[in-house]
Write a protein that binds this ligand. Structure first.
Ligand SMILES: [Zn+2]
Length: 112
């Protein structure tokens, strides 16, 4: 899973909110599956601590569905623990240009 971050909203203008070079962090998929993912908790904690020390917020988690649609699977919904962070899913299904969709998952409910 990759993370893209920006400075905290309360401390910057809208122009600064989305830097040209966002910070991106990757974590291993402990599921070792093309259909499901589970972030390595040690890598997740290390990345979040690194961001916190730099005064940055996570704005999105993103991952791919190599053989599935760009829509959350039930496990994506079950593991959506951060309601303020968007979920970006890249579908590589059908060998066509990737399809990217962004969702907000709050309390098991999905909104685009
Ligand atoms: Zn997924």
């Amino acid at each position: 899973m990759l993370w893209r971050v920006c400075p905290p909203r309360s401390e910057v203008s809208s122009a600064e909110r989305y830097p040209k070079s966002p910070s991106i962090h990757s974590t291993r998929n402990l599921r070792k599956s093309g259909r499901h993912f589970l972030m390595d908790p040690r890598e997740q904690i290390a990345a979040m601590e690194s961001l916190r020390l730099r005064g940055l917020d996570v704005i999105a988690f993103y991952h791919s569905h190599p053989a599935g649609p760009s829509y959350p699977f039930p496990e994506d919904i079950r593991l959506a623990f951060y309601p303020d962070v968007a979920t970006l899913i890249v579908s590589l299904e059908n060998s066509q240009p990737p399809v990217i969709a962004v969702f907000r998952i709050v309390g098991g409910r999905i909104s685009e």
